[in-house]
Design a protein around this ligand. Structure first.
Ligand code: FUB
Length: 329
């Protein structure tokens, strides 16, 4: 347990490094499903070899004035038959009286896939399925359960996340990046089956367009999708938010349909210390919060990140005010 109550814009725990927070309200409490960054000397490169994580710890808070509880190891790569390494950004969902942990990892051929593990408790421990979800690929799963109880999984990430290697529908290790003056690659979406363990349908690429309905281009690095999709619903509209990678922003687009097309709107979070930026958005006790990470606690060491949170503010027209992560320091 972290005995200190969490405060906005400071690491919510300091006894371990945590990243890629997926926040949810389960059983009236706030649960956070982060990656667990480890100390090591692996080289840093565009392939993401420095993100050499092995397990997940689930964190929870009764409310934002309570200490953060670390529930210990919820799942380890050694217990996942199909996975070899790199347990990257996870997410969790609740349906059928069961908790589901979705997580990416490299399979035994070095290809990123997405797995699912189950538990009857939000904090786990989670029991993984024997195999990854058939038809899954790339990284950063995010699951959104709609008011009609339909569940959708969104995923994808460029470079180390391998999304561009699947442009033809099969894995091509030497695939070219999309042309800079052509449409950017979008995240992938599929509705989940009733049992939450498989895709109910073929996966589809999500379209992200500008205010005129034109696709965001691959060369538009301030707006194009890079990794870390997240979907939440506010006032009946679906908000898709994601990292722009090379320009280090969290941005968002909105739609009337959970599968898009989504119209680009703006920036939620300006760049943080460190290369990656990754977030989730959750409503808790009547306010909306952004959970994110940075490398301030490790003095910028990029594979040792720490989860933080801050409140987000909607304008009357439904747009979100841009947050400067260091403004209150
Ligand atoms: O934590 C490993 C990877 O870094 C995540 O999957 C990406 O979203 C980025 O945060």
């Amino acid at each position: 347990m972290n005995k200190n109550n969490p405060k906005p814009n400071v690491p919510i725990v300091t006894h371990i490094y945590t990243a890629d927070p997926s926040a949810h309200v389960f059983e009236g409490k706030l649960y956070i499903y982060p990656s667990h960054d480890l100390d090591h000397n692996e080289p840093s490169n565009d392939n993401g070899d420095q993100y050499k994580m092995e397990d997940y710890h689930v964190l929870s808070m009764d409310d934002l004035n309570s200490p953060v509880v670390d529930h210990g190891e919820a799942l380890h790569v050694k217990d996942v038959p199909w996975a070899s390494k790199q347990m990257w950004a996870p997410d969790a969902a609740f349906k059928n009286n069961m908790y589901y942990l979705y997580f990416p990892a490299r399979d035994h051929d070095g290809i990123f896939r997405i797995g699912v593990a189950t538990s009857d408790k939000p904090e786990g421990p989670f029991t993984p399925q024997e195999n990854y979800i058939p038809g899954s690929f790339s990284i950063d799963p995010a699951v959104f359960v709609d008011e009609d109880n339909k569940a959708y999984i969104y995923f994808g990430g460029l470079w180390g996340g391998q999304l561009e290697k699947w442009q033809t529908g099969t894995f091509k290790p030497d695939a070219e990046d999309p042309a800079l003056d052509g449409p950017a690659l979008g995240p992938i979406v599929a509705e989940l089956s009733e049992d939450m363990l498989t895709f109910k349908e073929e996966t589809k690429e999500v379209s992200i367009v500008d205010e005129d309905g034109n696709p965001i281009l691959a060369g538009d690095e301030d707006r194009r999708f890079f990794e870390g999709p997240w979907v939440h619903k506010y006032n009946g509209l679906y908000y898709l938010s994601y990292s722009t990678g090379t320009t280090h922003k969290i941005v968002y687009a909105v739609s009337e349909n959970p599968q898009g097309p989504f119209t680009f709107k703006g920036t939620i979070l300006n760049p943080v210390i460190g290369w990656t930026t990754h977030h989730s958005i959750v409503e808790f006790q009547g306010k909306w919060y952004l959970f994110y990470h940075d490398c301030s606690l490790s003095d910028g060491v990029d594979h040792k990140r720490s989860v933080k949170y801050t409140e987000i503010t909607y304008n009357e027209d439904g747009t979100i005010q841009t947050i400067d992560p260091y403004e209150n320091k």
